[in-house]
Design a protein around this ligand. Structure first.
Ligand SMILES: *Cc1c(COP(=O)(O)O)cnc(C)c1O
Length: 442
């Protein structure tokens, strides 16, 4: 792990690229840019030193406290507490689950019923403040495997000075996810791409690296590569682990459903900053690039395969680059720091059905990967307190969940309101030139 070094109070924290060929910038600039100009991901030059964090604050208060060192000296420093209050205005409960010591950390109580609301709302708070008073609209271009796009669209809907273009793989998101993506209108444009999520992500990366295009259309990203989404995701881990630790004096171990590694990366960072998190275990679907690596294989990105946990259908986890940076490119140390397990579709379905039958618990397919991994860890004798991280409400994936449990899943009110609106998405070829046209002409 990189050696954290203490920063002087007045020092502006600098952010550099994982690829090392971009100038250092402050946090606002890094958030506004999304991707670093050399194609790498922004990371802090040095990590703030671990500190004593206080339990007992609200989620927004914990967030502002934890994020303060990153905003030191930044133009948004003074606005940080307000941004946190606006973004984190819904609960993220840590709920006991069945046997002693098992919990579920529910991250799906936001407007689009998935954890991505948290990062997206924080990002919207920062970007809209940075955009205020600028003459030209900012276009946010985002690739989604389902949940990101809706969270970003909801967070930016009707924000002045911002236009959002969302790309999603046609036919590979759930009907309700597709509806959510197309239901906003106004400053939100949904594009259904004839390709995979990895195609969508590659097209977005190409647009963000296209300086010629950006001279005409200022662009930013809202993918999990954006620090404006990654950093605030530390907050719910900090809030849950600090609360748990204050009550029990024990660290909370986590199983995190993982696709692009954004959510898990936030947990790693939070732990490095002193949050009392114990072990971190990654759960993937059949896209098993990370389990293969952490079991001793090479890191080999692959084409993604479609699964029932579609928000995790990722064959080339983009935040892996950040993980390598954090562990100073030391493969041995990195491999030793995590375990990762893949769960196939048959097992995901069986886990959803048996949890419902045995205890009435309902999990979305993503959460079910983590539930299964924790069950296996316990069966092999894992001790201590654990939380499975629940990334979405099961009602978002009713087409998978309802046939398994033989009844309908009640839709949370915020999600229901979105589903009542009409929806529209335009078709797009999986081809960068086609995306470029859309971005240029509107
Ligand atoms: C995005 C998403 C994931 C994967 O999160 P990453 O940060 O990409 O690892 C898991 N579950 C759900 C429901 C998601 O929307």
């Amino acid at each position: 792990m990189l050696n954290p070094s203490p920063l002087l109070d007045t020092e502006l924290m600098q952010f550099v690229s994982t690829r090392g060929h971009a100038p250092a910038v402050g946090l606002s600039a890094a958030i506004a840019a999304g991707l670093a100009p050399d194609g790498g991901l922004y990371v802090p030059d040095v990590l703030p030193a671990p500190r004593e964090l206080q339990a007992g604050a609200t989620l927004a208060g914990t967030a502002a406290d934890l994020l303060a060192p990153f905003f030191e000296g930044d133009p948004l420093q003074d606005a940080l507490p307000e941004i946190c209050r606006e973004a984190f205005d819904f609960p993220v409960p840590l709920r006991p689950l069945g046997r002693d010591g098992d919990h579920v950390l529910e991250l799906f109580h936001g407007p689009t019923a998935a954890f991505k609301d948290i990062g997206a709302r924080f990002l919207a708070g920062t970007l809209s403040r940075l955009q205020a008073g600028k003459g030209r609209d900012l276009t946010i271009v985002v690739a989604t495997s389902g949940d990101t796009g809706a969270a970003v669209a909801a967070a930016f809907h009707r924000q002045p000075g911002v236009r959002v273009v969302v790309l999603y793989p046609d036919g590979r998101v759930s009907p309700r996810q597709a509806h959510q993506l197309g239901c906003f209108g106004d400053n939100i444009q949904a594009l259904r791409v004839a390709g995979s999520f990895d195609d969508c992500q590659a097209m977005v990366k190409q647009a963000l690296a296209d300086t010629d295009l950006q001279a005409q259309v200022p662009l930013s990203s809202a993918n999990s590569i954006s620090l404006g989404r990654l950093l605030p995701q530390m907050s719910y881990y900090a809030h849950a682990a600090l609360t748990h630790h204050a009550r029990t004096r024990r660290r909370l171990n986590l199983v995190v459903p993982t696709g692009n590694l954004g959510n898990a990366m936030a947990a790693v960072l939070a732990r490095a900053l002193g949050v009392p998190i114990g072990q971190l275990v990654l759960a993937t679907n059949a896209n098993a690039v990370l389990p293969a690596y952490f079991n001793g294989g090479d890191y080999q990105p692959q084409a993604s395969v479609a699964t029932v946990a579609n928000a995790m259908d990722v064959g080339a986890p983009s935040n892996f680059e950040r993980l390598r940076w954090l562990y100073a490119e030391d493969d041995g140390e990195l491999r030793a720091a995590f375990r990762a397990f893949a769960v196939d579709d048959v097992t995901i379905r069986a886990t959803i059905a048996s949890a419902h039958a045995s205890s009435g618990e309902l999990f979305c397919p993503h959460t079910a990967t983590a539930v299964k991994v924790l069950q296996d860890l316990r069966a092999r004798g894992a001790k201590g307190d654990w939380a499975v991280v629940s990334t979405a409400h099961p009602a978002k994936f009713e087409a998978v969940v309802e046939p398994l449990i033989g009844e309908s899943v009640q839709v949370p009110p915020a999600l229901d309101a979105l589903l009542q609106r009409p929806a529209h998405a335009e078709p797009l070829a999986a081809d960068y030139a086609a995306l470029r046209e859309v971005l240029l002409h509107r």
